[in-house]
Design a binder for this molecule. Sequence first.
Ligand code: HEC
Length: 291
Amino acid sequence: MSSPILTRLAWTGPVKAGANLEARWSAAHPMDSGFRVDDSGRQIPKNIIHTVRAYLNDRLIMEADLGTAMTSPVYLAFPVLVPPEGGIVKVIWKDDLGQMGETQQRLVGNIEKMRQAATHFPKWSVKQQKLINLEDQILTCSERTQRPLKGLENTDVLSLSALLHQTSAGLNFQIVPKDETLQRWQLELNEGAKLFTTRIGRMNLACTHCHDLNIGKTMRADVISPGHPTGFPIFKLSWQSMGSVDRRLRACYSGVQAEVPAPGSPELRQLELFLKSRAQGMPIEGPSLRR
Ligand code: HEC
């Protein structure tokens, strides 16, 4: 048995519908030409990858017959035209010893179509009968895939959230209710406004005391901002990880030594709704760095 051959498939440039990408495939195959001898003077039998085929959504787009001139590692570049629906690029190789291997990569389909996605949350979900934010939606959608995700601060959830926020960068929040859920939505928003101005914790402070009345002042080496939720998710150095609005708000509860709500609590969504209405007209910045 020979050791498995490591392969790699990557593209240059952003994956967008209609884009012409260069796909780059490489394989750490020994590519023995048959002319080399080993330490004991014996000839190493010829074993090269002789055929490489690339498929886009199971349609052959590239076929290469390789000769002994190709050295190790094998490297091939070929163009890929990204279809509107995205798809899967598959590269299959075969060598002289009859070994073969397959590398697959998904062309993430058309993220531009989701440009608006991050602007609409939180929103009232009729199905779930609660306010949901973007991370909640990502979790719900993931249950319809073969890779359900668990936990609001799951790194994959945050990566997807970061991607969607990046895609929405420059757009304003569109925090507007649907007609049929207007009343309920208004109630949630009012609750959020109330929470923002209610004193909590051992420090007996409300959000407004810091994020309206003390903007620009320093608190434990942090400069207090207006608390606009435009730069989420954040990579926070003190957490050494990404975090969602949910996590940041919980940190503020903890900062004033109040009882910290559980992740995903209705009050955190109500506050997020209020913060985003309050930030109406401010562009989404996309994921940001915090200390
Ligand atoms: C004692 C002061 C204080 C109180 C009260 C407070 N925060 Fe904060 N908050 C901070 C500090 C300090 C930071 C970190 C610096 C910054 O971004 O403002 C912060 C950060 C934030 C941020 C992130 C801003 C960003 O861009 O990273 C949001 C959003 C926020 N707070 C919302 C709230 C909400 C909602 C409440 C009420 C539940 C609240 N805060 C209560 C001090 C406070």
